[in-house]
Design a protein around this ligand. Structure first.
Ligand SMILES: [Zn+2]
Length: 211
């Protein structure tokens, strides 16, 4: 069997045989897919002041593969109490449903880490940018890191990628026009590893978390 690419977090879904995709849906902003492809859904921290509580209720039953992206963004002028309330309500649901959590975190690592310790489901930090020290801190807690287009421009994120063990790694396109193949190629070059090995380990991680 040819091992597929895995795009763990994307908003630009296009079905392809050689890519396994988790499409990310911003509840209340993007429509929920009906064609059976795997998707994650959650109330994004950017939307937490405007999205109604019916969307939180919908997460009780939506056939999602993961809950997210949810999280904290302390760079935006959005009420932090409301961000925290929705993050914990949604993470509680993920724990109850035994689903992985996909996190969005901007300038809020300290707060987020203090909250996430109580959860036992797998946690993926999507769109990771930051230093190898921060990456190491997350990895030691057992979390997964997903890297995207920052790999093309951020030296410290490139260094963080180099130090991330195979069994904590994902790649993603998010909202970028870049293809997942291009991101794999960049990551393989940075890690000095053949792309087939990278495909193998990321697909194994996917299977571990999503069956
Ligand atoms: Zn996203």
């Amino acid at each position: 069997m040819n091992i597929p690419f895995v795009d763990i977090h994307t908003h630009n879904y296009e079905p392809r045989q050689d890519i396994v995709t988790i499409r990310s849906v911003r509840l209340g902003k993007e429509s929920v897919p009906t064609s059976g492809e795997p998707f994650s859904a959650g109330i994004h921290p950017w939307d937490c002041e405007v999205v109604g509580s019916e969307w939180l209720d919908s997460l009780e039953t939506l056939p999602v593969a993961a809950i997210g992206e949810i999280g904290l963004d302390f760079c935006k002028p959005i009420d932090r109490t409301e961000q925290l309330r929705l993050l914990t309500a949604q993470a509680d649901l993920a724990e109850k449903r035994r689903l992985p959590i996909v996190l969005h975190c901007v300038k809020a690592y300290e707060k987020l880490l203090s909250l996430m310790g109580r959860y036992t489901v797998p946690i993926i930090f999507h769109g990771f940018t930051g230093s190898p020290q921060l990456a190491g801190q997350l990895i030691r807690k057992g979390y997964f890191l997903s890297f995207g287009i920052a790999l093309f421009r951020s030296p410290k994120t490139q260094e963080a990628l180099r130090t991330t063990p195979d069994n904590h790694l994902f790649l993603e396109t998010d909202e970028a026009d870049t293809t997942i193949e291009e991101i794999y190629r960049e990551a393989a070059t940075l890690r000095n590893t053949p792309i087939e090995i990278l495909k193998q380990s990321i697909y194994t991680n996917y299977k571990t978390l999503f069956g």
